[in-house]
Design a binder for this molecule. Structure first.
Ligand SMILES: [Zn+2]
Length: 263
């Protein structure tokens, strides 16, 4: 028996594919403002609680490996996430929408130390044809959105159970394999479904920038339920990580602002 977690009383899930969006502003600013109410965002960038500024900076159109290693806030949005179930866009080398991250932003949103992140983690579970639970931060609505997404998956008529068997984890304070960058698993906003179905570019022994084909086995409907709730999927990355999802509503909203049609 899984115990039901306690939620903030004001947890109202948001549909990021239909949420009305203001127009006219810089789409990067709008995406960040709408995704993270309470975050101070203006034309200069994001001002943190201690008064320091994460500048928007420029998209310097430089070497994608360098951009990935140390992006500006604007470069974090360089690749546009396909909202349709389009696995062709990822065939362009380095097309990894959402994979570049400005670490101080995520530290500010979810906590800069393991202890700080842990303090906000909540257990969110799915049950029925398969049972799994995930530790997700309650900050910025992530756990609230996760709970709604799992309810959405549970309501699907397709056989979603295999993807939720032997799930590969959620919160884990660690760096991304082979890099010195922090994984979004560190911030309590990422989770991995069944690794046997997932597919991960590093396991394919292909070089960075030439990750090759990705054979998807995660159901499209499952992916779409998560996207609707603000989670992006690593199966749409050139450097594919098919088991991996992370809470990045700004990536979904930016895609809409840039004219991507929601499915
Ligand atoms: Zn992952």
């Amino acid at each position: 028996m899984i115990t039901t977690p306690v939620w903030a009383a004001d947890c109202t899930p948001v549909d990021f594919l239909t949420l009305p969006l203001p127009s006219g502003d810089d789409p990067v600013v709008t995406a960040l403002r709408v995704a993270y109410p309470g975050l101070t965002v203006d034309a200069q960038g994001v001002t943190l609680a201690d008064g320091s500024l994460i500048a928007l900076g420029e998209d310097r159109s430089r070497d994608p490996a360098a951009r990935l290693a140390n992006p500006t806030l604007r470069e974090q949005f360089h690749d546009i996430y396909p909202l349709r179930f389009d696995l062709n866009a990822r065939m362009d080398a380095w097309h990894d929408p959402g994979r570049a991250r400005v670490e101080p932003l995520f530290a500010a949103l979810y906590g800069g130390t393991e202890q700080a992140v842990r303090a906000s983690l909540r257990k969110v579970a799915i049950s029925g044809k398969a049972s799994a639970s995930f530790l997700i931060s309650e900050r910025h609505g992530a756990a609230c959105q996760m709970r709604a997404a799992l309810a959405g998956v549970q309501a699907l008529t397709i056989d979603w159970a295999p993807a939720f068997r032997n799930v590969a984890g959620s919160f884990n304070w660690r760096q991304i394999a082979g890099t010195s960058r922090m994984s979004t698993h560190s911030y309590g906003i990422a989770f991995d479904l069944n690794a046997d179905l997932g597919g991960y570019w590093r396991w394919s022994k292909r070089p960075e920038g030439n990750a090759g084909p990705y054979l998807n086995r995660i159901p499209q409907d499952v992916v779409q339920v998560f996207e609707r709730h603000g989670f992006i999927w690593g199966g749409k990355w050139h450097h594919f990580d098919g088991m991996h999802f992370e809470y990045r509503p700004e990536v979904i909203l930016y895609a809409r602002l840039m004219g991507q049609a929601a499915p």
